[in-house]
Design a protein around this ligand. Sequence first.
Ligand code: HEC
Length: 500
Amino acid sequence: MLNWIEKRTGFISMAQEFLTEDVPGGASYWYVFGSATLFAMMVQIVTGIFLTFFYAPSAATAWESTRAIYLNPYTHFLLAVHYWGASAMIALVFLHLLQVLIFGAYKAPRELQWVVGVILLLVTLVLGLTGYLLPWDMDAYFASQVSLNIVGLAPIAGPVLQHIAQGGGSMGTATINRFFGLHVWLMPAVLVLLVGAHLAIFRHNGSAGPVVDDPRRLKPGRFWPDQFFMDGAFSLIVFIIICFLAFVAPPYLDEKANPTKFFVPYPAWYFLSLFGLLALVPPEIHFGPLVIGTELIATIVGPTIFLIVILLIPWIDRSRTRSFGARSGLLWSTAIVIGAIIALTAYGQITTMIKQAAAPASPPESAVLAAPAAAAEAAPAAGASGASPASAVTGPGASTFAANCATCHGAQGQGSPGAFPPLADNPVVTGDPTKVIGIVLNGLHEPVTVNGQSYNGQMPPWKGTLTNKEIADVITYIRGSLGNNKASAVTEAQVAGYKP
Ligand code: HEC
């Protein structure tokens, strides 16, 4: 059978030749980052293709289709794997680059392999950047606005480039389409072609092996089976970590992009250091009469110079051997740069968190995911009657209810079949007050049955979001004013003294 295939295709000998590649000095776990990056790329391609089955790129559908992806547990997991896969891929490209840098594996004849590798890092970052916009929620919108504005800062071509990437003077459907096209076609195509070139050059030169002065004395090694299994084992571990994170920490969907609202954007972690740099520099520097705008330096000039230096490392490092001693200057600079990047990342994180704490908080995700259906139902009703449904009963509890609970439980506490239990004519609500206090304080996530209908949703906790007084008032309201509910009031002291 194998013979039959081999005679007609030559695939078997091709595979054999591929697997018997030389690994000077033998297999090592130091070499696993490149193949793991390749593996992460494949995870991204597969999950990405399936996500396009569910995602609809336009201002009217991007967020809505993302929300639908979140609401189905399978597509939600798929998205979460794609999200963590992106982080894994970027982290692995960084580690791969760092390993090559430390081992001096970029030296002749591998200069072009290094250059292609650095371009691959850039392409990966562009993929991260363009993917960030696609959910079209508040964070996606405002973070992408920051990057588009940075593009616009570039000298001469900046404004034109921004106009092209944005698809007009402001962000909208055209922007989503541009980013979508870049994210699912152009950048992946470039990525795959460059990875092909990267690997072809790699095969042409062979692997660089460990850092020794005389490579001829190295014991010969082969890719198959040792290196193959090390690569495979590491990729498997990476995959397990991605799936684990996707399971326990899926990404968060914020409210739909709304340019009229104030929002503090949060960048992806790999751009935090640039955010930190931008936050660190003063807006302008004065040299006597000369005023220099630092924004341009921090966002474009600085990173461009940095990139050029990285690209030129094979020519900057002129040492004849790859030994660490001969390259101590380069290794020290690398350590300092990495330290600086980590410090800037921490600074970017802290400044963003401080700004976020001062801004209005985003709603809990369960409310975001539940909101549009309720809003769509409520809007025409309010428009038709002209009166707010809650106006029949007033009081502090009524307004707290209308503002916080009505989106899910309905304006009259009627609930929504299958999704949110009714609070009107619900014996749990009018029953033991302590139990109701517990549910509202701490949320609820277990199957409940109300009047024969079962529910198993996510009731958000309100401790911290609402004051004890507001919680007492809203419970008094739901127990005494919804439907035929006529149960006793709850006091602030009861809420404060709640014990499970
Ligand atoms: C994001 C949607 C959402 C919001 C907002 C919300 N709830 Fe709920 N609530 C739920 C869901 C879902 C359940 C059912 C939980 C379950 O099945 O485990 C629930 C259950 C309850 C229950 C228990 C009902 C029972 O029969 O056990 C009470 C009481 C309640 N909510 C009160 C409130 C109050 C008061 C507010 C406002 C402060 C509020 N809810 C806001 C989604 C919401």
